[in-house]
Design a protein around this ligand. Structure first.
Ligand SMILES: NC(=O)c1ccc[n+]([C@@H]2O[C@H](COP(=O)([O-])OP(=O)(O)OC[C@H]3O[C@@H](n4cnc5c(N)ncnc54)[C@H](OP(=O)(O)O)[C@@H]3O)[C@@H](O)[C@H]2O)c1
Length: 304
């Protein structure tokens, strides 16, 4: 079995843009982007990418109709409303889609009890994963693959998630900085996705863990100092106190920034995929990227 028709939902997004490029460049898929009816986005404009429209409210019947004929559906849009994601899985199965890739792509793993305890985001991702499992168990024609990649390394610099401030040359290091964490460039996530789709059987109904590299925060800081030629200011953060404070703030009032502060810690302290049974670098034919080279690209602004 080989997958041909691949439909990407969220092809205009931070990750979706890079996924779309990767899928098209792979050359072995017919790629379609599904965008919401009222969306002004123009993903894949001027290329061979087909566009289909899905209803704004992502109702089940409309999604099912739109997805007929697709082999693969990839969800790459935010978990603003988990019900949209749950309906998308259901609609994919009803439409005869063979492989579903949920909007996992996590900084940390939704299987982590700590991540689920701290953030609705991971409880939601876990719900979607369970929905995939449930549907695949009842319908063997349907299958899924979830990709967990750690922090988006290049994107995380530019949006502040990683707490390495390129402009002011400051770095926030958690505790003694001894913990290593996997992280992935956006292009690595695209490579991992393409590689998984090219290997339908060994990637069937599994969560796979990928990375560009697995390094401690001080190791990344040292690379930044080598590349920029400047000694950075290093600040130490007590992760326990930081998490407690952020959790207290979030419980009082939801805000995206505070949520992402918790993601920052989880992705730095609970994301060593090299220890996971589903660590899939070899399976997917991927090798670690060179840290200094990636850091140089980020510093030059190429990682944007
Ligand atoms: N590991 C990490 O560090 C990290 C960081 C960020 C995100 N992620 C994950 O990566 C995946 C993609 O996230 P992203 O940040 O790339 O997404 P994003 O940029 O926010 O995606 C936005 C696109 O999704 C589509 N969309 C569909 N339903 C939507 C809705 N209800 N609200 C907003 N947009 C909607 C829109 O396309 P149309 O307008 O064309 O319909 C929009 O252009 C998610 O699974 C997310 O959790 C991981």
């Amino acid at each position: 079995m080989a997958f041909n028709k691949v439909c990407l939902v969220g092809g205009n997004g931070n990750l979706g843009t890079i996924l779309l490029n990767g899928l098209v460049a792979a050359g072995d898929f017919t790629v379609t982007v599904a965008k919401r009816a009222s969306s002004k986005s123009t993903p894949g404009a001027g290329s061979s990418v087909e566009q289909i429209t899905i209803p704004d409210d992502m109702n089940l019947a409309g999604l099912t109709d739109a997805l007929r004929g697709q082999d693969v559906v990839i969800a790459s849009f935010p978990l603003v409303d988990v019900n949209q994601h749950l309906r998308l899985v259901e609609a994919a199965a009803l439409a005869g889609v063979k492989r579903f890739i949920p909007a996992d792509f996590g900084s940390c793993d939704a299987a982590s009890p700590n991540a689920r305890r701290l953030l609705k985001l991971y409880r939601d991702k876990d719900l979607v994963r369970h929905k995939c499992e449930e549907i695949a168990a009842a319908n063997p024609a349907f299958s899924w693959t979830a990709l967990v990649c750690g922090h988006f390394f290049d994107f995380g610099f530019h949006d502040g998630l990683l707490h390495f401030d390129l402009e002011n040359k400051t770095a926030d290091i958690l505790d003694d900085g001894s913990v290593r964490a996997s992280a992935s460039t956006l292009r690595r996530v695209a490579e991992g996705t393409v590689a998984a789709l090219r290997r339908p059987e060994p990637t069937r109904n599994r969560t796979l863990y990928i990375q560009s590299f697995c390094r401690s925060q001080p190791e990344v800081l040292a690379a930044l100092e080598r590349v920029t030629g400047v000694t950075w200011t290093r600040r130490t953060i007590d992760s326990k106190a930081f998490l407690e404070e952020a959790s207290r703030k979030l419980a009082a009032k939801y805000d995206k920034h505070t949520m992402e502060e918790i993601v920052f810690v989880l992705g730095a302290l609970e994301a060593d995929w090299t220890k996971e049974e589903g660590f899939a670098m070899e399976l997917l034919g991927l090798e670690d990227e060179d840290l200094d080279q990636v850091v140089a690209e980020v510093v030059a602004g190429l990682g944007k």
